[in-house]
Design a protein around this ligand. Structure first.
Ligand code: XIL
Length: 373
């Protein structure tokens, strides 16, 4: 009798161990097969959701990053080459070549192109604010004329090949006490430049999708101001079609609740949304450039930080998918951890690891969290 019982026990224990091995093998197998499917990239996993974009320089398109870009992305944003200082460095002088190279690469590879950006307080050459002869600050009329000229030239050059424009970038202040950010544009023209920029872009390319783009939209106070601005533009009949959330986030923010509130609040505007500049920094979020501090020298991408980042990417993409009717694109700001603008912002030469590919261009753990759902 005892022998029979012990045989039974042995049988069940063996069966249990056997099944455990089969199940764990098949799940590793599944993850393994998934990981080595070299024909699929992010854009394929998200085919029924939204295009997946990336900000690039022409250099990246000629480097070993090029095949990674082709496999994973179906939308490109020039990281710097359509900004005014790059494309319109002097009055009547336009430098189309770098941006044209990005557009050509996109067309050869069936990718969309987002135009970034027509009016912004940064990376704007000083000449636009100064009288050509006297060097003194120009009048409102002259500045309007110059902004109009800039928008008309740039939008018409890319008409038909750039489907969307960040027309106005970052005009809302981070300071809870003020509405608009202080800038030369605001100082000389007042808020009217925002309204007119959209009109001129629309007149030049009526088919382009026109965006207002800004950052730190997860902060309820700043978000409320952005929403007030959008409502004001809509009420005035300004041709604005969509809102860009830059989404320069970090392992410590946003919380799920914060992000869901953000998407919810914007959804009520009746405009489409895009995540335009996504990255998830491994450092606590700061929005102002500053000097290096002692703690900045410890810049290891530890396993614990990686886990936080994985969790953050999983949460964000879970919500992006949930709001797929609202979101018409998700763009990463830079390709891989080899080089990110966050390596120099807010602190110069502080290495960051904010993207889905590592320094060797291999997919990180977070990549699989985004791809597997
Ligand atoms: C950044 C670029 O990535 C850097 O190469 C450049 O030195 C500064 O600008 N918000 C924007 C982007 O709208 O244009 C900025 O891009 C990042 C913050």
């Amino acid at each position: 009798m005892n022998l029979i019982i012990s045989n039974y026990i042995r049988f069940f224990v063996t069966l249990f161990i056997g099944l455990t091995i089969i199940f764990s093998c098949s799940s590793t197998q599944k993850a393994h097969t998934f990981a080595v499917d070299s024909n699929k990239g992010l854009k394929d996993y998200y085919q029924s959701y939204f295009p997946i974009g990336v900000a690039v320089s022409p250099h990246a398109l000629n480097s070993d990053e090029s095949s990674l870009i082709k496999l994973n992305f179906n939308s490109l944003t020039p990281e710097n080459d359509m900004k005014m200082e790059a494309i319109h460095p002097k009055e009547f002088v336009y430098n189309w070549k770098p941006a044209d190279a990005i557009v050509a690469f996109a067309q050869q590879n069936n990718m969309k192109v987002r135009g970034h950006t027509l009016v912004w307080h940064n990376q704007t050459p000083d000449w636009i604010f100064k009288d050509t002869k006297t060097g003194k600050q120009v009048t409102k009329e002259v500045l309007f004329q110059r902004i109009k000229e800039h928008i008309t030239q740039v939008v018409s050059h890319f008409k038909g090949s750039v489907y969307a424009w960040d027309v106005v970038n970052e005009v809302i202040s981070d300071d809870p006490k003020e509405f608009y950010r202080n800038s030369k544009y605001l100082e000389i023209c007042g808020e009217e430049f925002i309204f007119k920029a959209f009109q001129w872009a629309h007149e030049t390319d009526p088919n382009a999708v026109l965006f207002y783009n800004d950052y730190n939209e997860i902060d309820p106070r700043k978000r409320a101001k952005i929403i007030t601005l959008i409502k004001k533009l809509k009420a005035a009949g300004v041709p604005i079609n969509a809102v860009g959330l830059q989404s320069h986030w970090a392992v410590d923010q946003p919380t799920k609740e914060q992000l869901e509130n953000t998407l919810n609040d914007f959804s009520k505007l009746g405009l489409k949304l895009q995540i335009t500049e996504l990255d998830i920094s491994v450092y606590p979020k700061e929005h102002q450039a500053r000097e290096e501090r002692a703690e900045d020298l410890d810049t290891i991408f530890s396993a614990a930080i990686e886990e936080k980042q994985v969790e953050q990417y999983r949460m964000c993409f879970g919500l992006f998918r949930k709001y797929k009717e609202l979101i018409t694109g998700v763009t990463f700001w830079n390709v891989s951890d080899r080089e990110s603008w966050l390596d120099n912002f807010p602190v110069k030469n502080r290495k960051d690891y904010p993207l889905l590919f590592d320094k060797n261009l291999a997919p990180k753990k977070a990549y699989w969290e985004v791809a597997k759902f």
